[in-house]
Design a protein around this ligand. Structure first.
Ligand SMILES: C[S@@+](CC[C@H](N)C(=O)[O-])C[C@H]1O[C@@H](n2cnc3c(N)ncnc32)[C@H](O)[C@@H]1O
Length: 292
């Protein structure tokens, strides 16, 4: 079977218009965070961010399948000692646009640099906002299960009476649980916090995310043969991982140098074998070496 990777050079606001309605299974992207990197690939002023992003998210809403998911990796910057509010404003505006704000994942950057600031500590996390068109969407939770770890030896060894029945959250969070269901199991479902190191070796793009980030979400929200879109492709991390995981993908990048770099690394059509049930393992790569 063929896996196609289509790459486009240009402004995603225009290029997305070429993509048919209801055709994408997962949008995974990290747009410029306001004008944080204006010296490398430009940016948008925080006050104009929502206005700039909404026409793009409107197109994304059109191309996403009703069962699809949009993951937006973003973090508000600090301006004159205060956190900007444009991410919060964006969430509210996207809800008004018709998106359902399902979840917020946190990427904990395990290796952020130490430092000393007079009014805050080092910034060690980013948001991954999950938006959907509908409350019902495709999700393959078993693909991202994690080892049970020490819980099996400690907390799960001695269960209280409450642990043996479904205990609805007393604060109404919706996270009711029956802890006894997890006795004698090797694996559990993960939390919504991902502990990953930042990407340090991709010298050709200043804001590349680690491959494990799109890998986790691609496994969780798509199956082999599905279509993934990254409208702010950068060094092509999403598309490279998508191809390794046997997903079709589309990447859009406005800077020619980055676009050319990705074109050199990705074969537009790859023939792959589809096995009925496969252990994809971790997407290992030697591309970072090639980039240096
Ligand atoms: C945060 S970076 C993405 C990095 C990427 N996730 C990676 O791993 O390399 C954002 C990218 O979006 C590109 N970009 C900015 N505005 C764009 C637009 N309107 N259309 C397409 N790409 C754009 C920038 O040139 C930059 O490469």
């Amino acid at each position: 079977m063929e896996i196609n990777t289509r790459l486009y050079l240009g402004d995603c606001k225009e290029i997305i218009k070429k993509i048919p309605d209801n055709s994408i299974d997962l949008i995974f992207t990290s747009p410029p965070y306001a004008d944080q990197r204006k010296n490398t690939y430009g940016g948008v002023h925080p006050d104009k961010y929502v206005e700039w992003f909404l026409p793009i998210s409107n197109e994304l809403l059109r191309v996403l399948k009703p069962t699809g998911t949009f993951i937006l990796n973003i973090k508000e910057k600090v301006t004159e000692g205060e956190r900007s509010t444009y991410v919060m404003e964006l969430i509210l505006a996207m809800r008004r646009q018709g998106w359902f704000w399902t979840e917020e994942f946190i990427w904990h950057k395990k290796n952020s640099y130490p430092g000393k600031w007079p009014n805050r500590f080092r910034d060690s996390w980013e948001r991954l906002l999950q938006f959907n068109r509908d409350k019902k969407f495709a999700m393959y939770q078993d693909e991202v299960m994690v080892p049970m770890g020490d819980w099996a030896k400690t907390r799960l060894r001695k269960l209280s009476e409450t642990d043996k029945r479904r205990d609805d959250s007393r604060v109404g969070s919706g996270f009711g649980k029956n802890i006894s269901n997890w006795v004698n199991r090797d694996k559990a479902y993960p939390s919504n916090v991902l502990h990953l190191a930042t990407e340090c070796s991709n010298k050709k793009h200043s804001a590349a995310f680690p491959e494990e980030l799109p890998e986790w979400f691609i496994k969780l929200f798509t199956k082999p043969g599905d279509i993934v879109l990254d409208p702010f492709m950068g060094s092509g991390t999403t598309n490279i991982v998508a191809q390794k995981l046997k997903r079709n993908s589309i990447g859009i990048e406005i800077v020619k140098e980055y676009y050319n770099m990705v074109c050199e690394q990705i074969e537009p059509v790859k023939l792959v074998l589809f096995e009925p049930k496969e252990n994809y393992g971790k997407a290992k790569s030697n591309r970072r070496v090639a980039l240096r």
